[in-house]
Design a protein around this ligand. Structure first.
Ligand code: FMN
Length: 365
């Protein structure tokens, strides 16, 4: 029942993908734990240098013989006027003063070379590679596929899914608005495309002929069974693993997740310049009142880095980015392997209940 075509192609046991989470939470241990438990662990590699990316892939291979995935951000050109940058720098200085760090720091907006990152993935013959924030070139997709890699794209509306399919990806993550972290939106200039997972998944399933992976708000076996019923071939879960034993999320971040509620999150551009869902903080609320324009991603991301790092050092969650989805209340501090197993056994039990309901409805019909 759970062995979908995608699962066979991924060569994994269960239709559970641990979401790639750039910036720390998805440690090699977390990824290996999920893959060893029968799911697919994924490395969020967007911020890694090509050298660190290679050594992390090798480290994961030491910890698991099972398949795993690596995720990259499709790069976007961002330019911002000097005036916008100077205004934001001046605004951010009040947080620097409070945190006791240097004002007006020089900002390094250079991002890792996407081409070099892709080259490492090709050389390392990574089993699964996923992308968000856009469509990689057909050449990149083909080069990965030529090495036997399964390529996944991320869509937040049907049109994005169709364009990803035309570009040649093997499967699509349908990212609903409940999802934690950055929105993968790349076509809508509203920057949000906030379609819930329940509405998004079947509409994408109907419009593409490749497997769809449901993502956003899926925390346990109930979300898994619901997603498969909507036509998804697997689920991608992020928030469910954030407070797990193997997650590299900051201790304060984990504690905040475990005490937060379904209405604790909001979508913000405050930290990175790109729409993302996270637990509401003073930083987000104050930035809502900011009178100027927030620089685009990845410029704003670079501009707030020193503040986020200093806040983490002083265990101050109010200035940290606490990416999380709306399923928060269902997050646990169990081991990632246990989360995979619990999700599967709950899904199994639910299917048993549904079969009983089917028998009953047959009596009535
Ligand atoms: C902390 C965090 C970091 C994330 N980083 C990435 C990333 O690097 N690449 C990516 O494609 N998605 C990323 N996401 C989004 C996930 O892939 C996924 O869409 C999301 O976690 C699903 O919603 P959920 O958190 O409710 O399970 C991130 C999500 C979180 C919570």
């Amino acid at each position: 029942m759970f062995e979908t075509d995608l699962i066979r192609r991924l060569n994994i046991q269960f239709p559970i993908i641990q979401a790639p989470m750039a910036g720390g939470p998805a440690t090699s241990k977390l990824i290996a734990e999920v893959s060893n438990a029968g799911g697919l662990g994924s490395l969020g590699a967007a911020y890694l240098t090509p050298e660190t990316l290679r050594s992390t892939i090798q480290e994961i291979r030491q910890l698991t013989k099972q398949p795993f995935g690596v995720n990259l951000f499709v790069p976007e050109d961002a330019t911002e006027s000097q005036a916008t940058i100077e205004k934001m720098t001046a605004y951010l200085n009040k947080y620097r003063t409070e945190l006791g760090i240097k004002e007006n720091p020089s900002i390094n907006i250079a991002t890792e070379s996407f081409e070099e990152q892709v080259q490492v993935l090709i050389e390392e013959k990574v089993p699964v590679v996923s992308f968000t924030f856009g469509i990689p070139s057909k050449e990149v997709i083909q080069a990965l596929k030529n090495q036997g890699t399964l390529v996944i794209g991320t869509a937040t509306i049907v049109e994005e899914a169709k364009q990803l399919e035309s570009a040649g990806v093997d499967a699509i993550v349908a990212q609903g608005s409940e999802a934690g972290g950055h929105r993968g939106t790349f076509l809508s200039n509203k920057a949000d495309s906030l379609i819930g997972t329940m509405a998004l998944v079947p509409q994408i399933v109907d419009q593409v002929s490749i497997p769809v992976i449901a993502s956003g708000g899926i925390m346990d076996g109930r979300g898994l069974v619901a997603s498969l019923t909507l036509g998804a071939s697997a689920v991608q879960m992020g928030t469910a693993f954030l407070a797990s034993v193997e997650s590299g999320a900051h201790r304060v971040y984990k504690l905040t997740i475990l005490s937060a509620n379904e209405d604790s999150t909001a979508i913000t551009r405050a930290y990175s310049g790109k729409a993302a869902r996270g637990i509401q903080t003073t930083f987000m609320q104050e930035m809502d009142q900011y009178a100027g324009a927030i620089p685009a991603f990845p410029i704003q991301n670079a501009m707030t880095r020193d503040i986020r790092q200093a806040a983490a050092k002083t265990n101050n969650p109010e200035y940290m980015s606490l990416w999380a989805g709306q399923g928060l209340r269902l997050a646990t501090d169990h081991s990632a392997g246990a989360i995979v197993k619990q999700t599967m056994s709950q899904a199994h039990a639910l299917l048993g209940n549904m079969l009983k309901l089917k028998d009953k409805s047959e009596e009535i019909l």
